[in-house]
Ligand binder design. Structure first.
Ligand SMILES: Cc1cc2nc3c(=O)[nH]c(=O)nc-3n(C[C@H](O)[C@H](O)[C@H](O)COP(=O)(O)OP(=O)(O)OC[C@H]3O[C@@H](n4cnc5c(N)ncnc54)[C@H](O)[C@@H]3O)c2cc1C
Length: 528
């Protein structure tokens, strides 16, 4: 029977982040993953043709440059690097116009100003306030335990803080409309809000300034999304720890209300002398450890966990030439945009798309974002070739059930290609060497933590955000079971940033009184 200081369930990037921090603190950890490869939603595969790298899940590492991980874990020494392309976001419209958001604020304002001068000035103000001045505040929010609403209010006593908090009661669309007047600009930001699994319900309005704060800090992981997972695994192994794929955990062993190890599907037991942590979703963690150990309100909530009303369907292409958008005649920078959006004309279509996703119907107007990564990192494709993808929003199931996705793959591929070609006419059969469709049921099959194709391991609705994620009694990464911690994306944080893993590392080192070789991110506070 193997024994470690700590055992971590799930080698997604959060389980690995926790393992890497604790390895740096001198602990011997074992990280186990059910899948045949590590990384969870930070994965890269040659899914179309050999040499064409596809990030099947996360592609846009949001605000990674502000994350403490690079510095604390010296990830550059373990093979991880990222690129922040100068044209960060672009929207190609059906009418041939385009909008581009650059790292250079003047260029962004010039682009927005072609639609509305007032909106350009609003963007400048929002960018200066949230993306520049208050950036450190948003970083500290992510890399600290969540705050109860009253506590958050007391940490934001000044006028900027009050203005930020004024977004809190709004829904996503109201938050956008508050700042922009042009219908196309409004529509873009409304769609953008859904990208993080945000739902348009009252109480989600704070997502808007938070996304605004990061909108020009999107990074492409060099060589593939999996390079982050592999770099983290190297940190763990350098500290004497173990990372194992193909090792599904079927039970978290609890003795006298203390987590003492795990049992794998094949019956093997692995002991943990100090802690067990779970990098999978909170509902399944509760089942693995035994629901009887959790108080009734926690059980009730986790049993009714809201996985989200929409997922994504991804089409990956192996190409001779990168997509050439018709809207490049209007704004040539659209062809150099990293995160590119298309498929919608107005808010009504956006509303209809999410209504249809909720009702398990394929959207009339497929819409969403994508990228051609090989434009920024040539290692994503063989020399002279290109790798691109587009991931429109999609329901978890089609009429007839989630397995209908398998049957309708050729039809859905043809439809998505047709829509994409409507914007980028050079996506002809001669240009497209191969395609690969990755559907919501594929997401779920490949990763048991992403039930119902849940991109962020649970919807972003007020009852599952901040202190409520996953439940106020579990919000600081601790559980009612001694020595059992949560470190996955159904905790506060989420997305490819390692927030939940980082916060769990701070909780565990605090509880075990282990010296930290890193300086924790300062507590969130903003007096402006
Ligand atoms: C299509 C898609 C696109 C996305 N795009 C982005 C993006 O561009 N930017 C972004 O920030 N985020 C994106 N995300 C979200 C991002 O992938 C997740 O937020 C991130 O992967 C969560 O990391 P995690 O470590 O918490 O969990 P996961 O990555 O889900 O890892 C959990 C791991 O646990 C393993 N596991 C499950 N059950 C068990 C068990 N019983 N025993 C052992 N192991 C188990 C799984 O195999 C998995 O490897 C996207 C997600 C999807 C699906």
């Amino acid at each position: 029977m193997a024994t470690f200081d700590g055992v971590i369930v799930g080698a997604g990037h959060n389980g690995l982040t926790l393992g890497a921090y604790l390895a740096r603190a001198g602990m011997k950890v074992c990280v186990l993953d059910a899948a045949p490869r590590i990384g969870g939603g930070c994965s890269t595969e040659d899914a179309t043709l050999p040499g064409f790298r596809c990030n099947l899940h996360s592609n846009f590492y949001i605000a990674f440059s502000s994350s403490p991980l690079m510095r604390d874990l010296e990830l550059h020494r373990h093979g991880f690097a990222y690129i922040e392309p100068p044209v960060q976001n672009g929207v190609a419209m059906r009418d041939g116009t385009a909008l581009t958001i650059h790292k250079d604020i003047e260029k962004t304002c010039a682009s927005i100003g072609r639609f509305s001068r007032r909106d350009a000035e609003s963007f400048r103000y929002l960018s200066e306030t949230y993306a520049v001045k208050m950036r450190p505040f948003f970083t500290s929010l992510l890399y600290n335990p969540p705050l109860a609403p009253d506590e958050l209010r007391s940490r934001l006593p000044g006028p900027e803080g009050r203005e930020l908090l004024a977004h809190a009661p709004l829904d996503l669309f109201q938050a956008v409309d508050r700042h922009f007047e042009d219908q196309r600009i409004r529509t873009l930001f409304k769609l953008l809000m859904h990208v993080t699994t945000g739902e348009n319900v009252p109480g989600t309005g704070l997502i808007f300034p938070m996304i605004l704060a990061s909108i020009t800090h999107l990074a492409l992981p060099a060589g593939g999304s999996a390079s982050l997972s592999h770099a983290l695994a190297r940190v763990i192994e350098a500290g004497g720890g173990t990372v194992r794929a193909g090792a599904p955990v079927r039970e978290i062993v609890v003795e006298a209300n203390r987590a003492t190890g795990v049992r794998l599907a094949d019956g093997t037991r692995i002991d943990a002398t100090q802690f067990v942590a779970s990098g999978i979703d909170a509902p399944r963690t509760m089942q693995l450890a035994g629901a009887q150990h959790f108080p009734e309100p926690v059980r009730e909530k986790l049993n009714a966990w809201h996985w989200g009303d929409h997922s994504l369907v991804k089409i990956h292409l192996a190409l001779n030439a990168p997509p050439d958008y018709a809207a490049a005649k209007f704004d040539p920078d659209i062809n150099r945009a990293f995160n590119i959006f298309f498929g919608f004309d107005d808010t009504e279509q956006v509303v209809r798309c999410f209504e249809q996703c909720r009702n398990n119907e394929f959207p009339d107007w497929p819409m969403g974002n994508g990228a051609c990564n090989s434009l920024f990192d040539p290692t994503y494709a063989p020399q002279g070739k290109h790798a691109a993808f587009w991931w429109p929003f999609a329901p978890y199931a089609l009429p007839g059930g989630p397995e209908e996705w398998d049957r309708r793959k050729p039809e859905v591929t043809a439809r998505l290609l047709e829509v994409w070609r409507g914007y980028a006419p050079n996506l002809t059969p001669e240009n497209v060497l191969a395609s690969f469709l990755f559907t919501p049921i594929d997401i779920e099959r490949g990763n048991a933590a992403m039930q119902r194709g849940a991109v962020r391991l649970g919807a972003y609705v007020p009852s599952q955000l901040g202190i409520n994620r996953p439940h106020p009694q579990l919000a600081d990464n601790r559980t009612p079971i001694d020595g059992l911690y949560l470190c996955g994306s159904s905790c506060h944080g989420g997305g490819a940033n390692g927030g939940p893993g980082y916060n769990a590392a701070n909780a565990i080192t605090t509880d075990l009184k282990v010296a930290r070789p890193w300086t924790p991110v300062a507590a969130p506070e903003w007096s402006g």
